[in-house]
Design a protein around this ligand. Structure first.
Ligand code: ADP
Ligand code: MG
Length: 588
């Protein structure tokens, strides 16, 4: 169980010794250098594609920007390579910002298609600019000089490349294990992430730029290793190969990138020897083999090879997060009885279907309001409208006096509305605690750079203390370190409540929180909700279990076919004949 660190140290030692072992041919060193260069690009793709879900075929173009920037500035203007590194990084970042601003909004297959488009465009740009030497490229790029130690030989260069790989791995893993990292991991569940206050567009841009910068660094290293650049290594095929590396190695794992880069480079090298002899002519036959390999991997090990290996080497999850004594600051709560939520003539139509039909009601601070009605009555849709997940077709929603019906979900979360979902939306592979901590996203400030440098630990401790407190409140403290997907559905609903509470909301929207719970668990949940009410929380509750609802809520709003049927105290509503007919009748 504890072999993994030992294994890694052994691997690192071996890697460090490779160039000084005299028997190892230069050829293998060169191969190792290429693997390192590809790994750096692939690590960026892990974040972008594997974790963030944004597929890019165009990374090779960013490598090209890094390579041509240093090639041009060092050969034509005599810049020091150590100066062209930051310039190249800035230039790739700037290009990524421009390209990202135009394309990252695209959804579905359009985003990957656009990466093909700009990937090809940049490639042709490199090949057609006179000052970049057109198709011949640039030659005479100086070698790197490290305090008088010239990195001319492949053996020396090896150390620089693998130092860069190592730093990229550490920075990326640190980033993933942080507040921005959790937001990035949540990008695939956009609706949930927004409701947790994550600015989706910003994090997409962040990973796009981050991956581009890594590609640019790889390009800079490449240019000074080759001492010449031409456009051909930055074409679409290279972009596709980077993606292959990540998918084959394991798109969701940083080490999968290194494994994939290694496998593909070695296999490609062998195939380039063997296949032309087999086919009797020259050509890039290896691409065919990679294509077949990719299909096989996608069919039999969709996660890639690295996670398969991991299963043989289970690691001990770190369980000892230091907890912080300093609590995160809390929102001030409105005085009990003050009007907190006003819903006026709110309407939501889906094509011809009126899911929410001119609903009116008002909620007061410190109140538990039950929203009931048969399936399809429009309760969840109304939740979506209030929380900004979907825009209403008409009407006004005001929260603490301010209109929120045109605002984005993340802004509404920021104002203090937390919610759960009828169909649980958790990140199943992430630990329960991390899922809950995601809810506290907006209560912390640390960004990506602090995270990469591990300067965010104090605030992380605060976030995790808060997450642990909320998890304990819903009775799941013992499960904090398990993957959220391992828990029963009823428990997953409780995690969602803890996640919503972690944002320190003023108003809590709970969509069927008791579904899937056993009798005792329901009673415990009712106690939790009563406790929250005592602390001044306002709760809007959708629930089907009438015993649960009647014993808990202050008032009820009943909906049927999108319209409001009744509103009032539970005992009055229970006697309302229209309600009995429409709602209770249909349940029985
Ligand atoms: P409830 O939560 O009260 O069971 P919903 O709000 O989920 O009801 O659904 C209300 C009605 O709106 C249903 O008829 C449902 O089929 C429809 N509906 C909900 N979401 C959509 C959607 N995205 N597109 C089309 N129809 C929808
Ligand atoms: Mg519903």
């Amino acid at each position: 169980m504890r072999h993994r660190p030992v294994l890694l140290i052994a691997l690192a030692l071996f890697a460090a010794l490779v160039p000084v072992i005299s028997g190892i041919p230069e050829y293998w060193i060169t191969l190792a250098n290429y693997i390192g260069l590809y790994s750096i690009v692939a690590i960026g793709l892990v974040l972008l594609t594997g974790v963030g879900g944004l597929i890019s075929f165009g990374q090779a173009a960013f490598v090209g920007i890094g390579a041509f920037t240093t090639g041009y500035l060092t050969t034509r203007h005599g810049f020091s390579p150590w100066l062209t590194l930051p310039i190249g990084m800035l230039l790739t970042a700037a290009s990524a910002c421009v390209i990202g601003a135009v394309t990252l909004r695209l959804s579905g297959p359009y985003l990957p298609l656009s990466t093909i488009a700009w990937g090809i465009s940049l490639y042709f740009l490199f090949g057609n600019l006179d000052w970049l030497g057109r198709h011949d490229g640039l030659t005479g790029i100086p070698s790197l000089d490290f305090f008088g130690w010239t990195l001319v030989s492949g053996r020396r260069y090896y150390y620089l490349i693998w130092l860069a790989v190592f730093l990229a791995i550490v920075a990326t893993q640190n980033l993933l294990d942080s507040r921005p990292g959790r937001a990035i991991r949540a990008l695939r569940g956009a609706v949930m992430a927004e409701s947790c206050g994550v600015a989706i567009a910003r994090y997409k841009m962040l990973i796009f730029v981050y991956a581009a910068i890594l590609a640019g660094i790889s390009g800079w290293l490449y240019a000074h290793m080759q001492r010449a650049v031409n456009p051909s290594p930055f074409d679409l095929q290279a972009g596709i190969e980077y993606l292959f590396m990540v998918v084959i190695g394991g798109a969701g794992h940083v080490w999968g990138a290194v494994l994939g880069a290694g496998l593909l480079t070695v296999v490609k090298d062998k195939l380039q020897d063997v296949l032309p002899r087999l086919f009797g002519s020259n050509g890039n036959f290896e691409i065919i083999v990679f294509g077949v390999l990719m299909v096989l991997i996608l069919q039999h090990a969709r996660e890639g090879i690295w996670p398969r290996l991991l299963r043989r080497w289970p690691s001990r999850r770190r369980t000892d997060r230091t907890l912080s004594a300093v609590e995160l600051s809390r929102r001030e709560r409105p005085p009990a009885g003050q009007s907190i939520l006003e819903v006026k003539a709110v309407r939501k139509e889906f094509g011809g279907l009126v899911a929410v039909n001119d609903i009116d009601f008002t909620m007061r601070a410190g109140e538990i309001l039950g929203l009931i009605g048969p399936n399809g009555a429009g309760k969840s849709t109304l939740f979506d409208v209030i929380s900004g997940v979907t825009a209403p077709s008409g009407g006004v929603v005001s929260f603490r006096g301010a209109r929120i019906d045109r605002r984005a979900a993340k802004d509404i979360a920021y104002l203090g509305i937390g919610r759960t979902f009828q169909h649980v939306r958790l990140l199943p592979g992430m630990s329960v605690l991390e899922n809950v901590a995601l809810g506290g996203h907006q209560r912390a400030r640390q960004g990506a750079i602090a995270a990469m440098l591990r300067l965010d630990r104090k605030q992380e401790a605060q976030l995790f203390s808060e997450a642990a407190r909320q998890l304990e409140r819903v009775g799941l403290a013992a499960h904090g370190h398990e993957p959220a997907g391992n828990l029963a559905l009823g428990q997953q609903r409780q995690i969602e409540i803890a996640r919503a509470l972690c944002a320190d909301p003023v108003l809590l929207l709970l969509d069927e929180p008791a579904a899937g719970l056993r009798y005792r668990e329901k009673r415990a949940l009712a106690d939790v909700l009563r406790g929250l009410k005592q602390e001044g929380m306002s709760i809007l509750l959708v629930e089907h279990d009438m015993d649960f609802v009647m014993g808990l809520v202050d008032r009820l709003v009943v909906m049927d076919f999108g319209s409001k049927l009744a509103e009032g105290l539970p005992r009055d509503v229970q006697k309302n004949s229209a309600v009995l007919e429409a709602y209770l009748g249909s349940v029985a």
